[in-house]
Design a protein around this ligand. Structure first.
Ligand code: ZN
Ligand code: ZN
Length: 244
């Protein structure tokens, strides 16, 4: 029981940091926050993504390119350019690492106004940090696991950020229905997206990439939206005038 709770906590906290901080804030700038809160969430990103930490800069550039070149040959992670999800993950990882290492000069539209804290980026990308988080997950399982099969969940903890990315990038452009013709293959995979906290409304999101709410029909539910509205109520974030 404790293991399942731990798994769910890690899944949803890591996922929320991805959709709230990396995606909706870092890549799309859907709202403002002051430097204090930006640092709080940056540290939270490091803690909750742990061994699979992604830097906001590399994520943001890659994601902006995904929007600019959705499902074309220049899309960094279109499932339509790969035979298997593992091939897509491998290529995405290589592109991500090149961005972390700053191997190429990127256009300003892909790099501008993305939060950056080099101390946390270097810490999160450090191999010892990744291994350290892995040891923490293993230790937790050794103490609390009551069934052998629970250990099968450990690889998901190690690769949490990559697993989330693979589900969203693969299913979100391959499986589901469409509300809009975006000239790409983006899909809405679920009507109520409690598994990926709204990230599986790719078709809606590619149509209105500045909309904080990823659902667009009355029957669709994006669970991250009310949480982010609550952050605004408590003045943790501020909306730009155009999307109030
Ligand atoms: Zn997409
Ligand atoms: Zn996006």
């Amino acid at each position: 029981m404790i293991i399942i709770v731990f798994f769910l906590f890690h899944w949803y906290l890591s996922l929320f940091m991805q959709t709230f901080f990396l995606h909706r804030y870092g890549a799309h700038k859907m709202f403002h926050m002051n430097k204090f809160w930006e640092k709080v969430f940056y540290i939270s990103l490091y803690i909750f993504q742990g061994s699979s930490f992604l830097t906001p800069r590399a994520y943001g550039i890659m994601h902006r390119k995904h929007h600019a070149f959705s499902d074309t040959i220049n899309d960094p992670h279109s499932p339509h350019n790969h035979k298997s999800v593992f091939g897509m993950m491998w290529t995405t990882r290589k592109i991500y690492n090149n961005l972390v290492d700053r191997k190429d000069i990127e256009e300003e539209r892909f790099t501008s106004d993305i939060p950056e804290w080099k101390l946390i980026d270097n810490l999160g990308e450090n191999g010892l940090s990744r291994i350290g988080w892995g040891i923490i997950y293993i230790t937790f399982y050794i103490i609390f696991a009551t069934q052998w099969w629970m250990y099968l969940l450990l690889p998901v903890h190690f690769l949490m950020g990559a697993v989330h990315g693979a589900i969203v990038n693969w299913c979100g452009h391959k499986v589901g229905y469409t509300n809009f013709n975006n000239n790409d293959k983006s899909k809405n995979s679920l009507i109520i997206d409690f598994i990926m906290m709204g990230e599986l409304f790719q078709n809606n999101h590619h149509k209105h990439s500045k909309n904080l709410n990823f659902s667009s029909k009355w029957y669709e539910i994006d669970p991250s939206y009310p949480i982010i509205k609550l952050f605004s109520f408590f003045r943790i974030i501020r909306f730009k005038p155009s999307i109030i």
